[in-house]
Design a binder for this molecule. Structure first.
Ligand SMILES: COc1ccc(S(=O)(=O)N2Cc3cc(C#N)ccc3N(Cc3cncn3C)C[C@H]2Cc2ccccc2)cc1
Ligand SMILES: [Zn+2]
Length: 330
């Protein structure tokens, strides 16, 4: 059968940012958290709360969310190990530990939990070769290098890990095409490139990569529809648009992309009935694609949104007070 290579951005697709609708969509999601709507299901909830809060904060509507309830949920999700689980009663993981710390920073509530125990949990995830395991089962993935260093950077505790080994491991995952994969020798993928560039940016080691080669591979992700895909021959998707745009911003090559058609694609993924963004035009919206659609528009200069930090995927104004700054190439 004829495999779709791209999607059509129809004439009827939304062309304006429906910001109020998105704020209402996310706000409604918070009310549904007890209905176990997929991403608010227990095994995902910490990540789902981070996606919802970041979307609202970028839309300058964080005050509509219930700060007290969310901070209570965060405290209940911290485990004996110091790490955070997706929700109470589940096992800790670096993915949810990073989300918890990002939420605490957005609410300026880091001192309401024991950050020393968080640092101990993250430190314990680093292996001899500098890589990081996601949890005590030690699944190694460059995604977890980013989770670990981003978490420690937000807590101003990068001193807790072996930085030269963390850098060396990430660089050992670079491929001949300039991209990065999950582990050494794995195929290049937009999401992994984002994780590796973000890690190197936080560690101040971006000068170790070939920005033109990676920039070229990233720009190749743009399809005729304007959307970006995760790998060659894949369909474009709003979340991949974020991984690629953020990566280009980190290496100072954002201007290499066709911003007009990129913006048109992201706006076309809005649901003008319910609010929210879908992965591509006409699909069902969800909080994950809503936060990455808004974050992508922020990187493209949408002034109704707060400026977003490409490494942390958090509003810049939440990072400034803690003077959290990362290296970016220009
Ligand atoms: C509805 O089916 C799903 C499937 C998986 C997941 S997931 O494992 O939690 N996760 C996060 C995620 C959240 C939502 C939302 N709300 C929707 C999708 C989605 N995907 C799947 C996806 C996104 N683009 C295309 N695809 C198929 C990515 C995945 C992995 C991931 C996690 C954290 C950070 C980056 C990536 C959640 C729901
Ligand atoms: Zn997606």
């Amino acid at each position: 059968d004829f495999a779709r290579k791209d999607v059509e951005v129809g004439e009827s697709a939304p062309k304006e940012l429906l910001l109020e609708k998105h704020a209402d969509y996310i706000h409604a999601y918070e009310q549904k958290k007890d209905s176990y709507e997929y991403i608010m299901a227990e095994f995902l909830r910490m990540s789902g709360v981070y996606w919802c809060l970041t979307a609202m904060d970028l839309a300058k509507s964080l005050d509509r969310m219930n700060r007290a309830d969310i901070l209570q949920f965060i405290k209940e999700s911290q485990t004996e190990s110091g790490g955070f689980a997706a929700s109470q009663g589940h096992d800790p993981h670096l993915l949810h530990t990073l989300c918890a710390v990002q939420i605490l920073v957005m609410f300026d509530a880091v001192d309401e939990v024991s950050s020393d125990r968080i640092v101990e949990y993250v430190k314990a995830r680093q292996n001899e070769d500098g890589s990081f395991g996601g949890d005590e089962w030690n699944e190694i993935d460059t995604r977890f290098s980013l989770c670990a260093v981003a978490c420690l950077k937000l807590l101003n505790r990068l001193d807790a890990i072996d930085i030269p080994k963390a850098t060396a491991y990430v660089l050992s995952c670079q491929n001949f095409d300039g991209g990065f994969g999950t582990r050494p020798g794995s195929e290049s993928h937009s999401g992994q490139i984002y994780c590796c560039l973000g890690t190197l940016a936080i560690l101040g080691e971006l000068h170790r990569i070939d920005a033109d080669r990676i920039g070229w591979w990233l720009c190749e992700r743009q399809c005729a529809s304007g959307g970006l895909n995760g790998r060659p021959e894949k369909l474009p998707d709003v979340c991949y648009s974020w991984w690629v745009l953020a990566s280009l911003a980190i290496i100072g090559r954002l201007h290499w992309i066709d911003k007009v058609s990129m913006k048109r694609f992201i706006l076309a993924c809005q649901d003008d009935e319910t609010g929210g963004f879908a992965d591509r035009p006409g699909d069902m919206p969800d909080p994950f694609h809503t936060v990455f659609g808004l974050a992508g528009l922020s990187l493209l200069g949408e002034e109704r949104l707060k400026p977003v930090n490409p490494v942390f995927c958090m509003p810049e104004d939440r990072l400034a007070p803690a003077s959290i700054r990362v290296q970016l190439l220009n």
